[in-house]
Structures are given as C-alpha cells and as structure tokens.
Design a protein around this ligand. Structure first.
Ligand code: HEC
Length: 215
C-alpha cells in the first residue's frame, strides 16, 4: 500500500498503515509526527468529492442526533437503544449507497464488536485524533483524510470525522456505576462484550469513517 500524493514521510506512514503489530500508543506517537498531510484534504481530491464526503458524515451525525434526542425524550434510554442499534446502520447504509461509498461508525472502545471495531487505518485516524486533542486542537469538525493506492492502480479515499461525547451520550456510555440498572441489564444482554462505558463529556468516543473508490 502506498500513500498519495508523494510525501517525504512516506516510509513512516506506510509503516503505520500496514503494521498491525503496533500498539495504539506507538501509533499515536508515530501518527503525531507524520500527520501533516492528513490534516487537510489531499490536493488530489476534487472539491465535489471533499464536499460530498463531508456532507455524508455530517448528515449521519445530524440525523442520528435528532433521532436519539427524540427517542430519549419519548421512550427513555432503554427505548433509544434501538436508535443506536438499528437506525444508525440504516442511515449509514442509505447514505452510503446514495454516495457510492462505505460509511460506518467505529469506537475508541466498542460496544458492538462486529460493527464498531476500527480497522488499521481507522485506528490510525483515532490515534491521530487523540493526539491532536491532547495538543489542544478544538474537537469541532476534526477530520482525517488520506488517499491510498490499492492493488489494481485504483485509489481509495479514507476519511474520518471525530465523534465526541456529549451529555446525551452519558446514560449509555457514561461511568458504569451511573447507568440505571435496567438499562445496564439490557445493554449487557444485547452486547455481552460491551467496552463502551466510562466515558465523560468531551472525550473522543469514536469516528464516522468513510471509504470511497475514486477511480
Ligand atoms: C440509548 C443508549 C445510547 C445512547 C444515549 C448513545 N448510545 Fe452510542 N451506542 C449505543 C448502542 C446500543 C450501540 C451499539 C450499536 C450497534 O449495535 O451497532 C452504540 C454504539 C455507538 C458507537 C459505535 C461504536 C460501538 O461502540 O459499537 C458510537 C461511535 C457511539 N455509540 C457514539 C455515541 C454518541 C457520540 C452518543 C451521544 C451523542 C451516543 N452514542 C449515545 C447506545 C447508546
């Protein structure tokens, strides 16, 4: 796998992208020293691609946020679990087919290991976000962009947008001791491998991730 456009830091980034042996801390350190190109959209991207990719991520977050707030106020957190479980993948799927891309959500810690576990480049994006947040960069609209060469000479766009924890998230992702018993029980039954509690407001919860074939 090779990163486009050409960069003097190619070797470090290729290493970060392809190695699964690195632990997250090591990746954060490397990504932090080699991320300049990924802070803004690569020059090889057309404006239309940049705009539609951003729009997809924002649309998912907006629709989800609205549906979550509505369900929380009408059905309470137990009823709202279905928004995260069913509505989120449904919206992501419909926007993905509309835009000819693949979009999903991944977590820094994961509740649904099938849907929400980041792959190598998505882990790299999350590690980079943590690093930028530690350095004081504002969380709003924090994005990661990369265009990579895939085997047959085609290019793939890899895009991530940071998802931060807001107060509304806490009933299901906050400290385990603060989650109401019946809700905790429901989550435990549906997600026996749940790791996604213990967050506080302002922490990185995960990312909207999009990959798209460019040609
Ligand atoms: C009503 C409970 C509930 C609330 C409130 C909630 N979530 Fe979740 N969240 C879930 C469930 C359940 C899943 C697993 C969904 C699935 O099966 O894919 C999940 C999954 C996720 C994932 C995907 C990664 C993973 O862990 O599987 C992200 C990212 C996420 N939530 C972020 C948020 C954010 C940000 C908020 C606040 C804006 C929020 N959630 C509010 C219940 C909730």
């Amino acid at each position: 796998m090779k990163i486009l456009p050409p960069s003097s830091k190619l070797s470090i980034k290729t290493l970060v992208t392809t190695s699964t042996a690195f632990c997250l801390t090591a990746m954060a350190t490397l990504a932090g020293s080699a991320n300049a190109q990924e802070l803004s959209p690569p020059v090889s991207l057309e404006n239309a691609t940049i705009e539609s990719t951003r729009a997809m991520a924002n649309e998912l977050l907006t629709q989800l946020g609205q549906k979550l707030k509505l369900a929380m106020s009408t059905e309470g957190p137990e009823g709202a679990v279905s928004v995260c479980k069913e509505t989120s993948p449904a919206i992501a799927k419909s926007l993905s087919s509309k835009h000819g891309a693949q979009m999903t959500r991944v977590g820094t810690r994961v509740r649904n290991p099938v849907m929400g576990t980041p792959n190598a480049w998505q882990k790299e994006a999350l590690a980079q976000f943590e690093n930028r947040l530690t350095k004081g960069e504002p969380a709003a609209n924090m994005e990661y962009w990369k265009v990579v060469d895939i085997d047959n000479g085609k290019h793939e766009l890899q895009y991530a947008k940071a998802i931060m924890v807001q107060p509304v998230c806490l009933s299901c992702h906050g400290p385990a001791s603060e989650i109401p018993t019946s809700l905790a029980e429901k989550i435990r039954i549906e997600y026996p491998q749940d790791q996604a509690t213990g967050y506080s407001v302002g922490k990185l919860r995960g990312a909207v991730v999009i990959s798209k074939l460019l040609n």
